[in-house]
Design a protein around this ligand. Structure first.
Ligand SMILES: [Zn+2]
Length: 118
């Protein structure tokens, strides 16, 4: 059973499962947003200082981690490229496909099924 009771803040009719009035969703959301804004404003300086100190303390480690991520990304891109070359070379050298090489390449380019192809 659902009740339709007025919102305790703005009085808009609100469906609720319990026989008690509650706030409507927009009112609850507004308060949450207000609270998060207040929280951010209040602790912003503290938080920024904390992160600055954290960065200062762990600078080397953070930079090393970033560099590692970057090389991993580049390496995976290189691997993808190599795999693509290898697969296209395999199709090109496979028997019976030699005459249709350019056609095959153009169609494979038209619907590439790999999701993270860039
Ligand atoms: Zn309301």
């Amino acid at each position: 059973m659902t009740y339709r009771l007025p919102c305790t803040d703005c009085g808009a009719p609100t469906p609720t499962k319990r026989p008690k009035p509650r706030r409507c969703d927009p009112c609850a959301k507004a308060e949450a947003l207000d609270y998060s804004r207040w929280h951010y404003r209040t602790f912003r300086d503290e938080m920024l200082e904390y992160h600055r100190n954290h960065y200062r303390k762990n600078r080397k480690r953070i930079l090393a981690k970033r560099a590692a991520r970057r090389t991993a990304k580049v390496q995976s891109a290189v691997n993808n490229e190599t795999a693509r070359r290898r697969s296209s070379a395999a199709t090109a050298t496979s028997p019976g496909r030699l005459g249709r090489r350019s056609t095959a390449r153009s169609t494979s380019g038209a619907h590439d099924e790999r999701p993270n192809h860039r």
